[in-house]
Design a protein around this ligand. Structure first.
Ligand SMILES: [Zn+2]
Length: 133
């Protein structure tokens, strides 16, 4: 996979870079608009400050469909979640937007890699097949 560094590719509908997160996308991704496809999103990021274990565990409580895990490498975390969005970039913006929206969990962070998989139901896309990027 080539990790694209293309501003237009990463731009969400509100003009934010998906890798920096967008709170509007985060809020819209939770809307029950069944017209939009559901995405399974994973975001690897580093945090300037270690995230307390309790904060990690609390994420799924107030973050609905989000899970935050600490990886074995220092300060590297994996956030996974579901988002409704037109495009993969918008889905990523919504999940990273969760971090922006929850500054009490993680203050300063840097997104290292992302993955967005469009989930079924969709007639053309079998469940779990990777379609983006
Ligand atoms: Zn947005």
């Amino acid at each position: 996979m080539s990790y694209r560094d293309d501003a237009a590719f990463w731009a969400c509908p509100h003009g934010q870079d998906a890798r920096h997160g967008c709170v509007t996308c985060f809020e819209e991704s939770a809307s029950p608009d069944v017209e939009l496809p559901m995405w399974d999103v994973a975001v690897w990021f580093t945090s300037d400050q270690p995230i307390p274990v309790k904060a990690l565990q609390d994420v799924h409580r107030h973050g609905r469909r989000f899970l935050l895990d600490k990886l074995s490498a220092p300060h590297i975390y994996l956030l996974t979640g579901h988002a409704r969005a037109e495009r993969g970039a918008q889905a990523v913006a919504g999940v990273v937007g969760f971090l922006v929206h929850n500054r009490h969990v993680v203050d300063a962070f840097t997104v290292k890699d992302t993955r967005a998989v469009r989930l079924a139901p969709s007639p053309d896309v079998p469940s779990g097949e990777r379609v983006w990027p």
